[in-house]
Write a protein that binds this ligand. Structure first.
Ligand SMILES: [Zn+2]
Length: 98
């Protein structure tokens, strides 16, 4: 199953920081919604477990996170390229986990 990575923040939990958010085992649920087995960030914040529907909202996320730990940890050049490809499709958007 696929992992989907996007630049996002959970509006209620993340303050002003944008993170690389990872949707594990992501499956499309319509235009802007994905089911995921769990949701966390590259810097290690667990957002949801046990299966959630994540809705993407296009409110103008940046091209890259401003979370230093997301930018500096665990992102190899190859992964960064993969992320860029994902971003071409998904756009950079914040998310709401419900
Ligand atoms: Zn982060």
């Amino acid at each position: 199953m696929a992992e989907k990575r996007i630049v996002a923040k959970a509006l209620e939990d993340f303050g002003d920081d944008w993170h690389w958010v990872v949707l594990h085992d992501a499956e499309p649920r319509g235009d802007r919604a994905f089911w995921a087995s769990s949701v966390d960030t590259i810097c290690g914040i667990a957002l949801a477990e046990g299966g959630v529907v994540v809705t993407l909202h296009d409110t103008g996320a940046p091209d890259q996170p401003n979370c230093a730990r997301c930018l500096n940890e665990g992102v190899s050049p190859g992964l960064r390229q993969a992320l860029d490809e994902v971003l071409d499709v998904v756009q950079a958007v914040p998310i709401v986990v419900r």
